[in-house]
Ligand binder design. Structure first.
Ligand SMILES: Cc1cc2nc3c(=O)[nH]c(=O)nc-3n(C[C@H](O)[C@H](O)[C@H](O)COP(=O)(O)OP(=O)(O)OC[C@H]3O[C@@H](n4cnc5c(N)ncnc54)[C@H](O)[C@@H]3O)c2cc1C
Length: 436
């Protein structure tokens, strides 16, 4: 780091001893979410002595998002149980957490960020951990409408806004059959709502899993009363006269126009990474902020981590932008090492989990380009695993309702060892013996 530089109000002066300078260096983290929160704590755990400022535009300290569409929506998880760490921990770790603080711009030449209140803040190292926002429905006629019963799920405030309408008998129309839409569907039917889910593709989870798993999940939801409509493209929302409420959803199923009345509508059609700060500052953006294997952008003083970052992947050999808690934690670890002057690229294999109706779905690896899918299912068909093979090696696995098997599945994917597909598909053969 640059010892000669004058750093804002902490005044690093020429000629001071390096250790004193290090005490006064400051790392500014933009985005107090999963990745930002992990990084701030990780820096302290690694012995970082400078200032750590964690700026987040939400009203809360860093919190876990997975329970939002699961236990928190269901009312089974309390607000404070979402928090990654108790508030006192930030004080104990001397992390300057500034909630409700939005960063509006980066001045790379001055090494400063400007905040929503017009003030500026100097940094030595800046880490962008800005996550993403829910992709909105792009339909004609919605411009300027502020719709009180149209929701997405990204934040605590999203759930707080929709909770009052999660009452038995209400008809919820969900647009999008990805994990978030499916998790909300599961909670909603359990709370007594009528649920119709509209998915544009011919099967659920089509971007992330194989047809065998899609069929399993479709059956799971249909048996519990979710009305699943596949190959359905939403074309319009019918609004009330005041343009405050959605009254109905117009869509085409296999090209045939239909409409449904709705008490509330949830849109779960993916995430747009928050890259605008980076691109306005002239940093490369390509489906996420482009970083190297150490989480660094082309500006040596700016890093990016988590959902907003597009990073090289040792696992795929290409670039990847992941949206998962394990990725946010791993990426924060890589960035903390980089900021401590170490070089510790990630070799982690992507993994993810979801919970629906008390069933745990765990996914490891990426199935893109698989040649064969081998399934293992229990006699009752309540548990199910799918292994995706390429060149006789397991490149990815989806394990449903068998948490104990997931560790063995991870080992199979990470070892890249050749497997015998017949043994893999035989539930009588313990998975651990195949992974060994
Ligand atoms: C409903 C839901 C369910 C999920 N379920 C799972 C799951 O089961 N398993 C799993 O692995 N993952 C799950 N995820 C994904 C996981 O939560 C994310 O991958 C993870 O939160 C990413 O962490 P992050 O820090 O990169 O982004 P975030 O946690 O989104 O944090 C980014 C923060 O930056 C803030 N911010 C953005 N711009 C600015 C700015 N200019 N100034 C200040 N602050 C800013 C944002 O408001 C936000 O608070 C789920 C996500 C959602 C929304």
């Amino acid at each position: 780091m640059n010892a000669e530089r004058h750093v804002g109000d902490v005044g690093v002066l020429l000629g001071r001893e390096r250790n004193v300078v290090a005490m006064e260096e400051r790392i500014v983290i933009v985005g107090a979410g999963q990745a930002g929160g992990e990084l701030a704590a990780g820096l302290r755990k690694q012995g970082y002595k400078g200032r750590v400022l964690l700026l987040g535009d939400e009203a809360h300290p860093p919190y876990q998002r997975p329970p939002l569409s699961k236990g928190f929506l269901q009312g089974k998880v309390a607000l404070t149980d979402l928090y990654l760490k108790p508030l006192a921990t930030y004080e104990r770790f001397d992390i300057e957490l500034k909630s409700g603080t939005r960063v509006e711009a980066i001045d790379r030449a001055a090494r400063e960020v400007s905040l929503g209140d017009g003030s500026r803040l100097a940094y030595d190292k800046l880490v962008l951990a800005t996550g993403g926002r829910a992709r909105p429905l792009s339909l004609p006629g919605l411009e300027g409408a502020r719709l009180e019963n149209l929701f997405s799920v990204r934040s605590i405030s999203d759930i707080e806004a929709m909770r009052g309408r999660f009452v038995p008998g209400n008809h919820l129309v969900i647009v999008g059959g990805g994990y978030v839409g499916l998790e909300v569907a599961a909670v909603a039917v359990q709370l007594g709502l009528r649920v119709t889910l509209l998915e544009a593709a011919p099967r659920l989870l089509s971007r992330v899993t194989g047809p065998e798993v899609s069929s399993f999940i479709e059956k799971l939801h249909r048996e519990r009363g979710v009305e699943l409509r596949l190959s359905c493209e939403v074309r319009s929302l019918e609004l009330d006269e005041a343009r405050r409420q959605v009254r109905g959803v117009g869509f085409a199923c296999h090209g045939v126009p239909e409409r449904l009345e709705a008490d509330l509508v949830l849109v779960g059609i993916g995430l747009i990474p928050n890259t605008e700060l980076a691109s306005a500052a002239g940093l490369a953006v390509d489906n996420g902020i482009v970083v190297d294997e150490y989480a660094c952008t082309a500006d040596p003083n700016i890093l990016a981590i988590g959902d907003c970052a597009n990073q090289p992947s040792a696992y795929t050999g290409g670039r990847i932008r992941l949206e998962s808690v394990p990725n946010a934690i791993e990426h924060a670890r890589v960035a903390a090492a980089t900021l401590m002057g170490k070089r510790e690229p990630s070799s982690a294999i992507p993994w993810f989990w979801s919970d629906q109706y008390g069933l745990k779905l765990q996914m490891v690896g990426l199935s893109t380009g698989y040649e064969q899918c081998v399934t293992r299912s229990s006699a009752e068909g309540k548990e199910f695993s799918a292994f995706y093979l390429k060149d006789r090696r397991v490149i990815a696995a989806d394990v449903i309702g068998r948490p104990a098997e997931f560790m063995a599945a991870r080992r199979l994917v990470s070892s890249r060892a050749e497997v015998d597909a017949a043994r893999l598909g035989d539930v009588a053969v313990p998975l651990a013996s195949i992974a060994a």
